[in-house]
Ligand binder design. Sequence first.
Ligand SMILES: Cc1ncc(COP(=O)(O)O)c(C=O)c1O
Length: 416
Amino acid sequence: MAGKKNILPLKKEFPAISDKISKKAIVYLDSACTALKMKSAANEQRDFLLKLGACAGNRSVHLLSREVETEFYSARKAIAGFIGAKSPEEIVFTSGTTEGANLVAMSFPFKKGDEVILSPLEHNSVFLPFYRLSKRGKIKLKIIPLKDFKPDFSAYKKMLTFKTALVCVTRASNIFGGAVDIKKFISAAHKKKAKVFIDAAQYIPTHKENVGDLNADMLAFSGHKMGAPFGTGVLYVKKNLFGFLKPSKLGGGTVKKIIRENGLYKVDFFKSNAAYEAGIQNYSGAVALKKSFELLHKIGYKNIRAHIRKIVEYARLKLSSFKEIKIMGNGKELSEGSIISFVCENPRFSVIDFNIFLQEYSSEYFVAVRCGRHCADLAVLNSGVKSTVRLSFFIYSSKRDIDIFCDALGAYLKSL
Ligand SMILES: Cc1ncc(COP(=O)(O)O)c(C=O)c1O
């Protein structure tokens, strides 16, 4: 880490950094897709699975099951604290941001005439559930215009009306980088009595988030982008909304009681987070997610941001020295995020060829980046950019990674 040294033995925590694939060392610049996994989180999950392989909740109440529930609840409580939620009961465990966004779209009690406003930076995991609802005539979908790689706030204010039921804004774009100043989007929505859902998938891994300060109604993120195992994530929901939303994924653990009266069945659903966690949960994933949060807190978000800021700025300056490269986003503001994305204006540049070149050009290294539309089709279509090369960073990223990438880029451009 920049600044403080030896805060964490990063190489020990991320064994994949030192691994070789096909005898080549890895230069990992694809953390926005998924971060390399933390050893302590993986160990936590493995130990949990081997020791505590029973269910939680109030299904079985034997001692092993009670122990699982204690650990699961402790993860819920810790994560609530880490993100500034008022209570553990505001945490819904999910498999990731995609599930969180789908739960919101499918559980929101839309009524005739309701409108949903989406930022143009929304990932397809947010756009598609609402697109489908609009195609089925359940909502009217409006997309905020893009201005300087951000949702245009003035245009947004004009789009808001008392018909707006829900606004979805991403906290940090997964294609253009930087971060969105979402507080003003949230308070403008609340003035029109609309609810707000925040996609924090690209923000939470390297920023301290506080849902209370934001006054967000719902917020989702994925554990695998912060070193926790795949299939982990959280949907934060403001407590008073549990009575308002109508759970869409039903199953075991979501009901208070089911009765039969005069030959008819009646179901009394929970009006709490329990109604959103149907079926057996990923208990081991939840405790591992808690572990990765603990590690990030131990390093300290000030240190993390200082490190990532330096990396983004270094990448921006190095990439700016290539005449044909056009960086997406607004200069220094990019260092508020953990991504740098670019296009190449040389017509002979092919992102597909370049990606292959990154795997083949060196006998010592291969470079992992993401090329394409990044499941951010709204941003692609609203910006006119066809596809980008994206470098994305996490706590293990280094200036050396960028040097290696830029050498490869220089060699590729020369070969055109
Ligand atoms: C901004 C954003 N939102 C949502 C998602 C979907 O996350 P997941 O695949 O973990 O559900 C991603 C994944 O890349 C993302 O970058």
